[in-house]
Design a protein around this ligand. Sequence first.
Ligand code: AMP
Length: 204
Amino acid sequence: MNLLIMGPQGSGKGTQAQKLSRELNIPHISTGDIFRENIKNSTELGKEAKEYIDNGELVPDNLTIKIVLDRLEWSDCGDGFILDGFPRNSTQAKALDEKVKIDYAILVDISDEVAIERISSRKTCNSCGKIYAKTNETKCSECNGDLYVRDDDTPETVRKRLEVYHENTKPVIEHYIEKGSLVKVNGENEIETVFLEIKRKIKI
Ligand code: AMP
């Protein structure tokens, strides 16, 4: 099954993508994770992407599209995949259409207020990427990695990222509504409730 998941920062789309990946045994491909991994390893791509990411801007399409289309060639995508954070605008959506057919585009919907509150208080594990909402812990309970606040998780950057999100993602949502593949779920519910709603709507 070829899936993609959209939603503002803090919607829990990453968590839902991981759960779908496990349930369906398909890879979870997050463009944000790919960029962060490259920044951590100081690759050329990481150096190019860092400035945009730190400013809450999108990384240019030519870079991003190539990375995703190359990743979809890997053999682990044979039975499908779940894309997280891509496409973020119409150009990316069109480039994806030319490569594969998307069965469902899942939109995890939350209000801006909830997004800002959730993001400004979250921490991420620097080793396995697990995200913690509101925690005083400094170590990951899964892998004992260090928990840190992402550079782009400050309230100002989050506001900017939400603006960019709405501006760019609206046409992408329209795109998948037109194709009849958009499913919308309420991301303000509990994680398991959101997951059940997704499973029901994509018929798994
Ligand atoms: P995320 O983890 O999905 O919030 O992504 C973090 C940052 O990576 C975003 O704020 C963008 O700067 C960049 N990024 C992730 N996905 C894309 C994309 N599809 N197109 C352009 N930039 C992206």
